[in-house]
Design a protein around this ligand. Structure first.
Ligand code: ATP
Length: 520
């Protein structure tokens, strides 16, 4: 499968097997809004638990909260979202399609990067074992020429974004001769700013109603509760507050499935530190967070850091953790050193003193903040992209056929154990049900008696169930069953009494959390 086919297959797999559905599908859908189905919700909950436990359970000085989605509108004035949470948009007059100007230019940069990679791959094939990739990248005239074009464009782009120079962005689009992918023309409007926040009204009468926003990030709910948590929890700096919750953005470009949604979920943690120590903690959390990703066991080469050249007005360091999706390397998580911007602004706008009294030095200060911010849905897409495989598998009659298998980390799999009676009689279904009744308090088990055993295996491969157990006639006499491993397809005969331990060890979150976190 090439990457485009893989992505198409992933989207249809999500629908066919109850992971993700288009929202309001029977009414022809709602753009960039999705629902999670019966297996999707399990996977999503497991991802959230993996994050929550890694942050809150494993760090003594991190606690969680759950703040409301509606907040006082002044919060969004203070945070800068009312005035500056904008995307630069541009329309094509012929197709009437709307694009993000920055995304059009980023796509152009990605094309140049892809050109370089193609040259390198061609050379690798040509030179074979003697190929010196680093030397080739440094000296090949064609690579150097494309690299110079990339650097020049990137610099111009960053400059325009930093200066908020909308005319400059349009000029780049014209100079690069970027065409609309739908109409194929260069008939562009000017670039305009577009605020991404959804607004609604709170209150019963139209005159008395208050205009409120659906939160575009969960972070502000943490900042405005800083004092509450610090005081009620008697927290000492450095400490963190974590939160998982919905966020809403009226995204202009809605594409790439659940990568860019209008309603999505975030897992954010704000870590409050002494001013001057923020860059040390920034490095600390970068390291913790990349290990959390890598611990899931996918290809380590598919992750990278992308340091921001264009820093938001409040940040003094920022990086993204990017994953190689089927449509290229894209951000899954942001790690930002946000200085004291947010707390200072809330102090100013609320009129309340938001400070920390340091008992060791006897001084008060506004803490600095290091934030880790990751999207649940993007992580879900990342996990599915990495897990979905199509491979040859032997059939019962000695042939081979293609199987689709989701090689999810067992701790994240929706169903941990499937139990099948070989036939629907001779007391086998009753034994199978008994096994489930014993184990269902420990992990999610499913019973399945329809179709051949081979077909039942395939159904569970497709949703990523790590273990399938078959109850056969031998079980009746010796209380053993066969247990089949999803990835190796090897079957072992084991006593029923050992199932809890065998499966339990593999599917426990402990297997993921073990190394992901440094002990403090
Ligand atoms: P992008 O540049 O892709 O729009 P961003 O830099 O605006 O993302 P942040 O504001 O840093 O994103 O949000 C933190 C995380 O929230 C992102 O890394 C991503 O995982 C998630 N996220 C942001 N916007 C969306 C969205 N529209 N749909 C799904 N997840 C999102």
């Amino acid at each position: 499968m090439n990457q485009e086919e893989l992505f198409k297959k992933l989207v249809s797999h999500c629908k066919e097997y109850g992971f993700v559905f288009q929202s309001s599908e029977i009414y022809d859908g709602l753009s960039a809004v999705y629902d999670y189905g019966q297996y999707g919700v399990e996977l999503k909950n497991n991802i959230k638990k993996y994050w929550w436990d890694s942050m809150v359970l494993l760090h003594e000085n991190v606690v969680g909260i759950d703040s409301a989605i509606f907040m006082h509108p002044t919060i969004w004035k203070a945070s800068g979202h009312v005035d500056a949470f904008n995307d630069p948009l541009i329309d094509n007059r012929d197709s009437k399609k709307r694009y993000r100007a920055d995304v059009l230019i980023e796509d152009e940069l990605a094309k140049l990067e892809a050109k370089i990679e193609k040259e390198v791959e061609k050379a690798r094939k040509r030179f074979g074992d003697t190929f010196d990739e680093a030397l080739y990248r440094e000296t090949n005239a064609r690579v150097l020429e494309v690299r110079a074009r990339y650097d020049a464009l990137n610099q111009r782009f960053n400059q325009a974004m930093n200066d908020n120079d909308l005319a400059g962005l349009k000029q780049i689009i014209l100079d690069q001769e970027i065409v609309c992918p739908v109409s194929g023309t260069r008939n562009w409007t000017d670039v305009r700013q577009f605020n991404l926040m959804f607004a609604t009204e709170m209150g019963s009468t139209a005159d008395g109603a208050l205009k409120v926003f659906l939160r575009p990030e969960t972070a502000q709910g943490i900042f405005v509760n800083y004092l509450n948590v610090q005081k009620s929890g008697r927290m000492k700096i450095p400490f963190g507050i974590a939160q998982i919750g919905k966020a809403f953005r009226n995204e202009i470009v809605a594409r790439q499935f659940i990568f860019r949604m209008r309603e999505f979920e975030q897992m954010e943690m704000q870590f409050f530190v002494k001013p001057g120590e923020e860059l040390k903690w920034f490095e600390y959390w970068k390291d913790i967070r990349i290990r959390w990703h890598r611990q899931m066991g996918f290809n380590p080469g598919d992750y990278r850091f992308h340091d921001h050249e264009k820093l938001a007005h409040y940040a003094n360091a920022a990086t993204d953790i990017e994953y190689r999706f089927p449509f290229g390397f894209k951000e899954v998580e942001g790690i930002h050193s946000r200085t004291d911007f947010d707390l200072a602004r809330h102090q100013e706008f609320s009129g309340r003193k938001i400070q920390y009294f340091d008992p060791e030095t006897n001084e008060s200060y506004i803490p600095y903040v290091v934030e880790t911010s990751i999207g649940v849905d993007r992580t879900f897409l990342q996990v599915l992209s990495a897990s979905l495989h199509e491979e040859e598998a032997p059939t019962a009659d000695g042939g081979v056929d293609l199987r689709t298998v989701l090689k999810l980390p067992p701790a994240l799999a929706p169903v941990k154990l499937a139990v099948f009676p070989l036939v629907k009689k001779d007391g086998l279904p009753e034994i199978a049900r008994q096994i489930i009744n014993d184990l269902k308090f420990d992990f999610y088990c499913q019973y399945d008696e329809k179709d051949s055993i081979g077909k039942r295996y395939r159904r569970h491969d497709a949703i990523g169930t790590p273990y399938c157990v078959t109850v056969d006639h031998q079980t009746v006499s010796d209380e053993t069953v066969t247990i089949r491993n999803r990835d190796t397809m090897v079957q072992d005969r084991v006593p029923i009494a050992q199932l809890k331990e065998i499966v339990g060890q593999k599917v426990s979150l402990r297997s993921l959390l073990g190394d992901a976190i440094k002990s403090e």
